[in-house]
Design a protein around this ligand. Structure first.
Ligand code: NCD
Length: 325
């Protein structure tokens, strides 16, 4: 494992499987009456959020607290960033306070890389989403969810997703979730198909390790998992499709379309969902949709990443049992 987690593309298969297996151990903590391990006692983690977030932010905070870290939450709104302070000055302020890890979400692609490689700070850097670039812990929690659902919870350890077919649908152009998933799923041996209107596919997508299609109905019967993406209005400065109705009709997932998927296949969504746009309420609330499971799994994945990056050499959970005696 590298010292930072900036991109899903930096993970080898062994790194990724180690994180998934560690997360499986961590998930057991959630079943205990007291959901806490002493693993990061005395370590300080800062959540540095320059962009809005519900799930990712709460999930990192829950993971840090379950590992007993001291948590500092920083959001750009209401901080000196709105007075014009640079990322460098913010970083150096954190460094002066002696932080061990920084979890950063930023609107600019490359901000976490800059933070990790600038020499401004010594802490481990975890990318919680940068611009349209990467969101590695989302890809890891998605892989974890697929492995549990498609390979099986007990058979899961040490396994990857070799040969599983994953279809990612929607606003690929603006999606760091799609980019991270394509990278990680390729490393884990899955076959990925992107389905989107041509206007919502990035230039250069032909060189990505996946297939591209414009026909959702043709892709559905061949999918083990279908991941729906939100149309990211906040990153759009032009018209990418005629109307919302037209978009939903061609690229939205409703009950009729879901019926074309194989019986075992699951529907995924990273959240936030826009019901009625990329997914209907019927699909979102059905037992085949794993959106809520993904959130729960996100805490285990983030515990695993924090534990491994902050120097976990021994099995975290077993280790704790000894301390509990
Ligand atoms: C995504 C994100 O922020 O990249 N959400 C998330 O982290 N769960 C996707 C989105 O905003 O649509």
């Amino acid at each position: 494992m590298q010292r930072h987690l900036i991109s899903a593309a930096d993970l080898t298969r062994d790194d990724a499987v180690l994180i998934l297996d560690t997360a499986e151990e961590m998930s057991r903590v959630a079943d205990r009456p007291i959901k806490k391990l002493p693993t990061l006692r005395g370590r300080t983690v800062v959540n540095l959020f320059f962009e809005d977030s519900t799930r990712t932010r709460i999930s990192f905070e829950a993971a840090e607290k379950r590992l007993s870290a001291d948590v500092i939450n920083f959001s750009a709104k209401g901080s000196s960033v709105s007075k014009g302070e640079s990322l460098k000055d913010t970083a150096q302020t954190l460094e002066a306070m002696g932080v061990d890890a920084v979890v950063i979400r930023h609107g600019a692609s490359g901000a976490p890389y800059r933070l990790a490689n600038s020499g401004w700070i010594d802490a481990a850097v975890i990318n919680a989403g940068d611009g349209t670039h990467q969101h590695p812990t989302q890809a890891l929690l998605d892989a974890f969810t697929m492995r549990r659902r498609l390979v099986g919870r007990d058979a899961g350890l040490g396994q990857d997703l070799a040969g599983r077919r994953v279809t990612i649908v929607g606003d690929v152009l603006h999606s760091r979730v799609a980019r991270s998933n394509v990278d990680l799923l390729h490393t884990l041996g899955a076959e990925v198909t992107l389905v989107a209107p041509p206007t919502l596919l990035p230039v250069g997508v032909a060189s990505w390790p996946c297939e591209v299609s414009y026909d959702l109905d043709a892709a559905l019967p061949k999918s083990d998992a279908v991941m729906m993406l939100r149309v990211q209005r906040e990153r759009m400065h032009a018209a990418y499709f005629p109307t919302e109705r037209e978009y939903s009709r061609r690229y939205g997932l409703d009950g009729d379309r879901m019926a074309r998927m194989p019986e075992h296949a699951i529907v995924m969504h990273p959240g936030p969902m826009v019901r009625g746009m990329e997914i209907t309420a019927e699909v979102a609330d059905s037992g085949r949709c794993t959106a809520i499971e993904q959130v729960a799994n996100g805490v285990s994945i983030r515990m695993a990443v924090l534990y491994l990056l902050l120097g976990g050499n021994e099995p975290a959970v077993t280790n704790t049992r000894t301390e509990e005696k």
